[in-house]
Design a protein around this ligand. Structure first.
Ligand SMILES: NC(=O)c1ccc[n+]([C@@H]2O[C@H](COP(=O)([O-])OP(=O)(O)OC[C@H]3O[C@@H](n4cnc5c(N)ncnc54)[C@H](O)[C@@H]3O)[C@@H](O)[C@H]2O)c1
Ligand SMILES: O=C(O)C(=O)C[C@@H](O)[C@H](O)[C@H](O)COP(=O)(O)O
Length: 537
């Protein structure tokens, strides 16, 4: 397996690359290498001497060879000499390294501080005599290149070295899932990924509608500050919480406000909160002027793993759950794991329902991770999350988002493959509606999966063990596996209104083995009813 560095630091002489690079390595618990020090050791002479005796071109050749070697066979933190990214070979190799998931961090220091630091070192051949003037000239040439190249920019002014290092370590720990299709975008998962908000929104919007609920006020306050600091005019829009926010009345209130506040086609929406808030925000973005840019910032587990990605936006109506809406993709998704620090246990556990679903339909490794960590996950306490559990949660989020991305990338409008993500939802949505949305979505889906498993078993697709496994895994996670809150007739009527139904024909998604789903069209009526009886127990 090829190793790649956890992070590569670039920046002007005196920016603090060595000091901060060492701190990043310490935070990530890996080795640190400074390419200049490595070159001197290999050549047995100091860099100014190489410049003097062999010229700058020869130094740049040695430097590029050394850096390229490290980019392909080193998994620590690498700090580069100030001019290194100006060599085409190094620039191109760093671009490819980013493409492989690497982090190139540009340390942008205050010029006066950096000049003072650089002048103290006698090891800078390009700065000899008249250091300040030369530094500023090089800065004007290099800065645009650094900014174009880096995928993490850290302004060091006002930060101590450890704070700057923490920013880079967070960035290196980010997980990114690409969603492809006509309008590709990235789902970024990690601590503080919310800091990428302005970068994802871009420089075209003037006004941003920041749509959120009250329980996530702390996180929306932070987003508002970031947005204002980046120069946007922010309209702070608080919507009713949970399903009460997913209504035509709420959407209408926001359309009215966008009109009054002069939102144009180049302005944008940010949806921040649980799945209900991101569904509603996406719906407003999809419909205002027939579609404006939007970014989702999910703060619940369920919204991180499912609702924020894939472009299903919508509201509930009298007719049923999510029956009005649009497929409309976000410009990006920022799943900031620090927001989970305020997520109540029951809402976290609900999210595990959709995580388990992704395990059942495709990635069975998810089931193994859930089984192995069931107790720690079930007893999730936002204020006491161990490093180990944090890692498990991040891994589950990334894997679940990958399952989602796989289905939506080639079938945004749900013509076939994407319907598999609806495992457990035919019954789940009926329960939600009959419970007047007092049941959480993930809980209803958990019961719905047991129903789908019973149905598949009755029709001979899977054995009893797999049905029992649904019950034991889901209950070990704290999820419900039975429901007795309504009549079969009411459930059946609602299942006929499910979006997978065609004409008078019911359609389900069922397993035929772990990790593999199929469509089940028009199953026998007695099996549909018997499976219902079995989830009532
Ligand atoms: N669009 C899709 O593809 C898709 C996929 C799955 C689910 N959904 C929808 O998502 C909704 C369910 O999402 P949900 O489970 O996030 O429920 P939710 O949006 O109702 O959020 C649950 C509660 O948690 C609060 N909350 C969220 N994050 C918090 C945080 N960090 N700290 C404190 N409180 C927080 C919310 O304000 C709310 O009170 C349903 O409407 C469902 O239909 C959509
Ligand atoms: O993204 C999808 O497609 C899904 O089916 C994901 C589901 O987990 C999600 O609950 C979605 O909101 C259901 O959509 P719906 O079309 O059945 O309302």
């Amino acid at each position: 397996m090829t190793l790649i560095p956890k992070a590569v630091l670039i920046g002007m002489p005196g920016a603090g690359k060595t000091r901060i690079g060492q701190d990043v390595a310490e935070l990530l618990d890996v080795e640190f290498v400074d390419s200049d020090v490595e070159i001197e050791e290999r050549e047995g002479v100091k860099i100014p001497q190489i410049f003097e005796t062999r010229g700058e071109a020869e130094f740049r050749r040695i430097e590029a060879d050394t850096i390229l070697e490290y980019l392909h066979d080193f998994d620590g933190v690498l700090s580069l000499g100030g001019g290194a990214p100006m060599t085409d070979r190094v620039y191109d190799a760093l671009e490819s390294y980013i493409g492989e998931g690497g982090t190139v961090a540009y340390l942008d220091a205050d010029p006066n501080e950096a000049i003072a630091r650089a002048s103290r070192s006698g090891n800078r051949p390009l700065l000899a005599d008249g250091a300040a003037k030369k530094w500023r000239k090089l800065y004007s040439q290099r800065r645009p290149v650094f900014e174009r190249l880096a995928n993490c920019i850290v302004h060091t002014k006002g930060k101590n070295p450890m704070q700057a290092a923490q920013n880079i370590a967070d960035s290196a720990n980010e997980r990114v899932v690409h969603v492809t299709g006509a309008d590709p975008y990235d789902v970024r998962i990690g601590a503080h990924v919310g800091n990428h908000l302005a970068e994802v929104l871009g420089d075209k919007p003037v006004r941003i509608a920041l749509i959120h609920t009250t329980p996530v006020q702390r996180h929306s306050d932070r987003a508002r500050t970031l947005l204002r600091r980046a120069g946007y005019q922010v309209s702070d829009i608080t919507i009713p919480d949970a399903e009460a926010g997913k209504t035509i009345e709420v959407a209408n209130g926001i359309w009215k406000r966008l009109g009054e506040e002069g939102f144009t086609r180049s302005d944008a929406v940010v949806g921040l909160g649980g799945g209900a808030a991101t569904d509603l925000a996406g719906f407003v973005a999809a419909t205002w002027m027939r579609g404006i840019r939007y970014v989702n910032c999910p703060t619940s587990l369920l919204a991180m793993v499912d609702a924020s990605t894939g472009g299903k936006t919508g509201i509930n109506t009298e007719a049923g759950k999510n029956l009005v809406g649009s497929f409309y993709t976000p410009a990006g998704v920022l799943a900031d794991l620090t927001t989970l620090a305020t997520l109540p246990n029951d809402i976290f556990v609900e999210g595990l329902g959709e995580v388990a679903k992704s395990g059942f339909i495709m990635d069975t490794e998810i089931l193994r991770i859930l089984e192995e960590n069931a107790e720690a996950l079930r007893t999730f306490d936002p204020e006491h999350v161990s490093d180990e559990l944090e890692h498990v949660i991040a891994e589950l989020i990334e894997r679940t988002v990958r399952v989602k991305a796989h289905h939506v990338s080639s079938d945004l409008k749900e013509k076939g493959l994407r319907e598999f993500l609806n495992y457990g939802h035919t019954m789940g949505h009926a329960i939600e509606k009959l419970e007047h949305f007092r049941w959480r979505h993930g809980n209803a889906v958990a019961v719905g999966m047991v129903y789908a498993a019973e149905l598949a078993h009755l029709l001979g697709y899977i054995d009893q063990d797999l049905v029992d496994y649904h019950r034991s895994l889901l209950s070990s996670l704290g999820l419900p596996t039975s429901w007795d809150g309504g009549s079969f007739e009411d459930v059946l009527a609602l299942m006929h209104r499910d979006k997978k139904a065609r004409g008078n024909m019911l359609r389900f998604v069922v397993l035929d083995r772990p990790g593999h789903v199929i469509h089940l069209d028009n199953p026998p009526a007695d099996a549909v009813e018997e499976a219902f009886r079995r989830i009532q127990r």
